[in-house]
Ligand binder design. Structure first.
Ligand SMILES: Nc1nc2c(ncn2[C@@H]2O[C@H](COP(=O)(O)OP(=O)(O)OP(=O)(O)O)[C@@H](O)[C@H]2O)c(=O)[nH]1
Ligand SMILES: [Mg+2]
Length: 390
């Protein structure tokens, strides 16, 4: 009955991915960069070489050639020098808000809609009411059916808890004690999903954990996007690598990682322009960024994180699936949960995509990011409708 929940074996890499890895490995052997060997990067030269090599390797499509034309200019070294700052280790004050019960506060709207179905806390709740409650919370019906398969007419907290927690079986595939240095995260998603704000939150978290961090302003399509991230970098007092609007975003990614390597920085977080899964040019650009990251550091980006707008509920799944096919996603961050009654979509998002949810965003400020815990999430939901503690 539970075969549905069984964790799928890790998918074999796609042919395209294997080719990219092989190409990058070949390149690393034949063209090892002076950055890594001498710790004294000649940034402009190396970036130019790497980006050019990538361009030569690929036979660009017609559309791609147009994009390349637009973004081909290299980063001016003085721009990089101007913005590269020393890392400040100073810690940001811990948030006062206690962690306990944070989901109840963050998911206020979702829980309010659940309570329209189950207004009174009970020891056992009718099957139909649970089903309706989960529909109200925007959990996909297909998932509800499978999750509730075989449950009795009256369901206890324990029975339901077991089934709901099982939906989040895709635990993060990261050994936190053995992270590469720098640890490179590439942030991707559609327009306005919350990418740039989430980067600020992740950088803030890094600092609070005593880790150094550098940001890469890889959204080079809008000047305002570069400014937005630069403003956050300034506020959080973290270094940022940026370039001018219209310049090559993969070059920014390369320089950010190179800078982190030479300055021994722990974490790299790279922003990207918002894009739809249907925009071929932008998607080719994204593939190129991924490839260039691997040239700057082996296996980078170590995490490709998809940012999903929580207010879109289940409709975000199709987007994420397309991006997953495009570049391979390692995990999800769901934003704007504070402003939606669709919190139940978290179940479907994780289960359908077979990906872990690493964090959820619950506001616009730097501290409004919660590490996602399936247990805490399910327990706070059940606290709203069941009398029993466990
Ligand atoms: N309430 C709330 N607002 C958020 C959250 N995360 C981001 N926002 C807001 O959503 C809007 C878009 O956020 P951005 O970080 O600029 O999104 P983006 O994905 O970088 O957008 P583009 O660069 O235009 O693609 C901003 O007004 C943010 O303040 C969140 O968790 N909760
Ligand atoms: Mg942005």
């Amino acid at each position: 009955m539970f075969s549905f929940f069984k964790k799928k074996k890790k998918e074999e890499p796609k042919v395209e991915e294997v080719q990219v890895v092989e190409e990058v490995q070949e390149e690393l052997v034949t063209n090892s960069t002076p950055d890594k060997e001498e710790n004294t990067p000649s940034k402009d030269e190396t970036t130019e070489e790497v980006v050019e090599n990538i361009q030569k390797e690929e036979e660009p499509s017609k559309e791609e050639a147009i994009v390349e034309e637009i973004i081909e200019e290299k980063i001016e070294p003085e721009v990089i020098e101007e913005v590269a700052q020393e890392v400040v280790e100073e810690k940001i004050e811990e948030p006062k808000e206690e962690k306990k019960g944070f989901f109840s506060r963050a998911l206020e709207k979702t829980f309010a809609s659940i309570k329209t179905v189950v207004p009174q806390k009970k020891e056992k709740i009718a099957f139909d009411d649970i089903e309706e409650m989960l529909i109200e919370a925007d959990m996909e019906y297909e998932i509800i059916e499978k999750a509730m398969d075989g449950l009795p007419e009256e369901i206890t907290r324990k029975q339901l808890r077991h089934r709901l927690v099982m939906l989040f079986e895709h635990a993060p595939d990261v050994d936190l004690n053995n992270l590469p240095k720098p640890f490179v995260r590439l942030i991707i998603g559609v327009n306005g999903a919350g990418k740039t704000t989430t980067i600020a939150k992740l950088a803030n978290k890094s600092k609070k954990e005593g880790k150094s961090v550098i940001l890469g302003a890889g959204d080079t399509f809008r000047a305002a996007a570069i400014e937005q991230l630069a403003t956050w970098a300034d506020k959080l007092d973290v270094p940022i690598i940026k370039t001018k609007q219209g310049h090559d975003s993969s070059a920014v990614a390369y320089d950010t990682i190179s800078s982190a390597v030479s300055k021994n920085i722990d974490n790299v977080i790279i922003d990207t322009a918002g894009r739809l899964q249907t925009q071929t040019n932008l998607n080719n650009e994204l593939k190129k960024i991924v490839k260039v990251c691997g040239k700057a550091q082996e296996n980078a980006p170590h995490q490709k994180l998809m940012i999903l707008d929580g207010t879109q509920g289940n409709t975000a799944i199709a987007q994420a699936r397309a991006f997953n096919e495009m570049v391979g996603i390692d995990g999800i961050i769901v934003t704007k949960l504070d402003g939606t009654a669709k919190g139940g979509a978290l179940f479907s998002i994780s289960n359908q995509l077979e990906l872990p949810i690493f964090f959820v965003g619950i506001g616009e400020k730097q501290d409004d990011l919660i590490e996602f815990s399936p247990d805490a999430f399910v327990d706070s939901l059940l606290d709203e409708i069941y009398t029993e503690e466990k």
